[in-house]
Design a protein around this ligand. Structure first.
Ligand code: DON
Length: 444
């Protein structure tokens, strides 16, 4: 049994557990959606390595509906930037149903991009040019998230276009209050087409995984949106993605998510996975009943709640000692005397803010009184992000400015920035060379 089997087994078990459930109702205010098979049920998960797991009707096509909203929001954010998008649509949970008149009293700005009013404005923000018509941009963009070309279910589109007066009314209300930057009729027609894009649960899992993976599709390697955009979209999904049950969902399931009235539901585990379910029987909030139960159970079973104390990775700082205690330390008395004054701190793994804080603390604790020189051994470090690099460089600079002799064993050049060396610290390929340099400084 390997890890792959464990995930598939979990999906299958949930499928078996909830497949017999007949609670909930098909959406029928878009008549075509009422023709869905109430028994359909699929689950899919895509990992950050692009591993795909699925069970049940994970290949069955259905229309994306509101699950399109976070992705079109991502498109608007990528094209216009956060500040400009926020001028037109807010980021506050409305505490109301998806089709409510959630408009700020003063400005008429929709509460957020997940409720219909905000989604229509978001769609309207996507530029419409002769070379790149608005809907073509949206369709192409959704396809990049899914990792394949998508198309439109024309019957569902026509069905919503015939019956979607509430959304038209919302668009006119938004324009009457000021903020809608385009013709409400055009905005709503594009929004209806966007909702009628056909996907499968596996597509949605890949789309959610792309957001979880910092905007890079783990199946295709395509950098669909910049990492900050993915983070912003996940934040709005976490607070607003489940409409008036968003708070309860975050409390119990603990994952950014988005539901749709055709029965699709996505959840994203940042840096971990994208998850999607399809089952068209809905609860009164417009969320898939089986999907809700299955994702809740999966979160519980695998400890996926974002706010849970994460399992700590292996400790960052593996050693704080004096050079003299190292196995490779020379035995000679004269050298020993010098080496005793060299502290060595070793770090391992991937260094981020948290890890860098630990390393800096260990460097500080390595003893300003009796130890004048310090070596930071970064050889076992596998990765370092820009935040950790900047923190370590300035920490080492500060130690140097404080009168300590500082060297790093950093053959991979992880602290090197734009051809610059490791700041004020001297860089060496091995720990022994770094220790010797520090010790010889004391001697000289
Ligand atoms: O605008 C509508 O009413 C639909 N096209 C989409 C609504 C939706 O999916 C709400 N989600 N639960």
């Amino acid at each position: 049994m390997n890890a792959a089997d464990a995930v598939t087994d979990a999906l299958r078990e949930l499928h078996t557990r909830y497949a017999g459930l007949r609670d909930g109702r098909l959406a029928d205010y878009i008549p075509q959606l009422a023709l869905a098979d109430p028994g359909a049920f699929g689950l899919a998960l895509v990992s950050m390595d692009g591993h795909r797991y699925s069970t049940g009707d994970a290949d069955l096509p259905f229309t994306v509906q509101s699950v399109s909203k976070p992705f079109v929001y991502a498109l608007a954010l990528s094209l216009l930037g956060l500040d400009e998008v926020c001028r037109w649509v807010g980021a506050e949970p409305s505490g109301e149903a998806f089709n409510a008149i959630s408009l700020e009293p003063d400005t008429g700005r929709p509460a957020n991009a997940m409720v219909n009013a905000g989604a229509i404005v978001t769609t309207a923000l996507v530029p419409d040019t002769r070379d790149a018509p608005r809907f073509d941009r949206i369709l192409g963009f959704l396809g990049r998230f899914a990792g394949r070309r998508l198309d439109v279910d024309e019957q569902v589109y026509a069905s919503e276009a015939l019956t979607g007066d509430r959304n038209r009314a919302l668009a006119y209300l938004v324009r009457s209050a000021g903020p809608l930057p385009v013709d409400p009729v055009a905005a709503v027609e594009t929004y209806f087409r966007q909702c009628a894009v056909r996907v499968t649960a596996l597509d949605l899992a890949a789309m959610a995984a792309t957001l979880a993976n910092g905007g890079v599709n783990p199946l295709t390697g395509d950098a669909v949106v910049p990492e900050p955009v993915a983070a912003h979209v996940l934040a709005v999904m976490a607070t607003c993605g489940m409409y008036d049950v968003s708070g309860d969902w975050l409390l119990r399931v603990g994952l950014p998510a988005k539901s749709g009235v055709s029965g699709g539901l996505i959840a994203a585990g940042p840096a971990r996975f994208g998850l999607a379910t399809y089952s068209p029987l809905l609860d009164p909030a417009g969320t898939s009943v089986r999907g809700h139960l299955a994702i809740d159970a999966l979160s519980e079973r695998f400890g996926l709640h974002l706010m849970h104390n994460p399992a700590l990775a292996a400790s960052t700082v593996t050693m704080v000692t004096t050079a003299d205690d190292l196995p490779a330390a020379p035995a000679g008395e004269r050298e020993r005397a010098h080496h005793e004054r060299v502290a060595v701190v070793a770090a391992q793994g991937a260094l981020d803010f948290t890890a860098a804080e630990r390393v800096l603390y260990a460097l500080d604790e390595s003893g300003p009184q009796e130890t004048a020189a310090v070596v930071l051994d970064l050889r076992p470090v596998t990765d370092i992000d820009t935040v950790a690099r900047a923190m370590l460089r300035s920490g080492l600079d500060r130690l140097t400015a404080g009168g300590r002799r500082v060297a790093v064993a950093d053959p991979a050049g992880r602290l090197v920035e734009e051809g610059d060396e490791a700041g004020a610290a001297r860089r060496f390929a091995s720990r022994e060379e770094a220790v010797d340099w520090c010790a010889s400084g004391r001697a000289g």
